[in-house]
Design a protein around this ligand. Structure first.
Ligand SMILES: [Zn+2]
Length: 320
């Protein structure tokens, strides 16, 4: 009996000792991982020394008499020739879009498009300018972002089915919430508008390029020709180079908002086409979808969008 009791006591002591050792080890692992997280977060909020470079870019010439930015037509495109004798057309480039400058002759400019097409255009079809390009932002504090609230003033944008909710009001509210969330963690935020104001599309791109941002983000709400015919958010890029950013944003948004994701897509929109900085346009749900409208107008939707975008931006700078 006595021997058995002693044995039981011994087993208990061993068991308690093992438990304590395991617990201590877990605690120190937890501390370590917490430290590691802290390091990552603080390094994302440090400001590093940025470098900029001046490079020559070409904007495909916009002839106002030929070009109506609101209507697509064949005259919106300029032909790209394979050689200087201009016998073979290798493709076409959209007016107002930006391409890489390679060289020039008295009559021609040799260019390279973002999707890798090289060729010649007549001098009259392109305007060469020296532009400032930022190196890739490595921290959130490095990041300069321009937020654009779609529509405004006399341009109400899309409407809810009952006509009471205007896209221009929602985009402004959303953009101001996003801006606050991003500023709070050190992102350098500027806006194309902060009040109910009409801006021409060319004004929007001019304001953005003046700010020399690392990213231009235009916020919109969608409309479909048939009520309830479509739903969800969509993230648009114009230049293939920015598809990765668009996909990162779509992937983060879907885990933060209660809308279906239509993923990232090519979109031929003026404000993302007529800029040489990374530019993305997001349609944050359909105003004439009953389901989407309920989500979009719910308390906290803008904050969820902001949190999703912040997560995407963290991913973006961490990858640089
Ligand atoms: Zn819109």
């Amino acid at each position: 009996m006595k021997k058995a009791k002693l044995f039981t006591a011994l087993i208990l002591v061993i068991a308690v000792t093992v438990l304590l050792v395991v617990k201590t080890r877990h605690a120190s692992e937890g501390e370590q991982s917490e430290e590691a997280t802290e390091t990552t977060t603080s390094s994302l909020t440090e400001t590093t020394t940025r470098t900029q470079q001046k490079i020559k870019k070409v904007q495909i010439y916009v002839d106002p008499s030929l070009y109506d930015a609101t209507v697509e037509s064949e005259s919106d495109y300029v032909q790209l020739y394979q050689t200087t004798d201009m016998t073979t057309v290798v493709g076409e480039v959209h007016r107002g879009s930006w391409v890489e400058y390679l060289s020039q002759t008295a009559d021609l400019i040799q260019i390279k498009t973002d999707d890798g097409l090289t060729g010649y255009i007549p001098q009259a079809n392109g305007e060469i300018s020296e532009v400032t390009i930022n190196d890739a932002p490595k921290t959130l504090s490095d990041l300069k972002i321009v937020l654009d609230a779609g529509h405004g003033g006399s341009d109400s944008g899309a409407l809810s089915t009952d006509g009471t909710i205007m896209e221009k009001d929602l985009t402004l509210q959303t953009v101001l919430t996003i801006g606050q969330t991003l500023s709070d963690v050190g992102v350098q935020v500027s806006y194309t508008r902060q009040e109910d104001q009409y801006l021409a599309l060319a004004d929007i791109t001019a304001i953005s390029l003046d700010a020399e941002p690392d990213l231009f983000l235009s916020i919109h709400y969608d409309n479909y020709n048939v009520p309830n015919g479509n739903q969800g958010f969509t993230v648009y890029y114009y230049y293939p180079s920015y598809e990765t950013i668009a996909t990162t944003i779509a992937d983060q948004l879907v885990s933060h908002v209660d809308l279906v994701s239509n993923g990232s897509r090519f979109g031929n929109y003026f404000v993302i086409r007529e800029q040489y900085v990374p530019a993305i346009l997001i349609e944050l749900g359909y105003l004439n979808s009953d389901h989407d409208l309920q989500v979009i107008t719910s308390d906290g939707y803008a904050a969820q969008v902001a949190t999703g975008l912040l997560a995407a931006l963290k991913e973006m700078v961490a990858a640089n």
